[in-house]
Design a protein around this ligand. Structure first.
Ligand code: GRF
Length: 203
């Protein structure tokens, strides 16, 4: 298994991106193995998805920890104990601390439901609708210390339609998320991603 990229996937909710990563691994189009799924929400449906595929799950409840730092130290302990190469944020509704980023330098990825740098933060789809843009989409990026500000790896655009609601736009964007997140992880696994400051070059 040593040529498989070892992933730690962090979730808080539905886990459809987690599912798409699992599906791509099972199809063979993503040469990776999910060593651990960590959720900060014990009700996250993503936990059921992981268990169905025999993937170990840990639930970490924020309330149990003194502060964000302590929470992240426990995250690091678990991820390191599983020998994780790349940390995948997949709908993880927490801002991670610089301590986690130091433990996994340029090894934390996130997916955001808008074309960054437009509409960072929460409700990216609603922000796009309210602004009236004609194109939105999703972005896979490395995580840095800001909110959705790290170097961009892949993006995919979708049209915003006159009749769109937040839900219909989110669903159309999600379809693209499910394609580009596994792709970005596979590029990383193949060593094809080169980071130079803000710029990511795909070789
Ligand atoms: C996605 O829209 C993702 O872009 C955002 O959170 C949502 C997670 O959805 N970061 P899911 O839990 O993967 O279904």
């Amino acid at each position: 298994m040593s040529d498989f990229l070892k992933l730690g996937v962090l979730i808080s909710g539905n886990g459809s991106n987690l599912q798409s990563i699992i599906d791509h691994i099972e199809k063979g189009s993503l040469k990776a193995i999910i060593k651990i799924v960590i959720s900060n929400n014990s009700d996250a449906y993503g936990i059921t998805r992981a268990k169905k595929h025999g993937i170990p799950v840990v639930v970490l409840k924020s309330g149990v920890f003194k502060n964000k730092e302590e929470f992240d130290l426990e995250l690091i302990r678990i991820l390191e104990s599983k020998d994780v190469d790349l940390v995948i944020l997949a709908g993880f509704m927490r801002i991670i601390t610089p301590t986690l980023l130091k433990a996994f330098p340029q090894k934390v990825m996130n997916i955001h439901p808008a074309l960054l740098p437009s509409f960072p933060g929460i409700h990216g789809q609603k922000q796009a609708l309210d602004y009236g843009v004609k194109l939105s989409g999703c972005t896979v990026h490395f995580v840095d210390e800001g909110v959705d500000t790290g170097p961009i790896i892949l993006q995919s655009a979708v049209q915003v339609l006159n009749e769109d609601t937040e839900e219909t736009l989110a669903a159309r964007i999600l379809k693209e998320e499910h394609k580009i997140y596994p792709q970005a992880i596979q590029l990383f696994a193949e060593g094809k991603i080169e980071i130079n400051g803000r710029k990511v070059r795909i070789n």
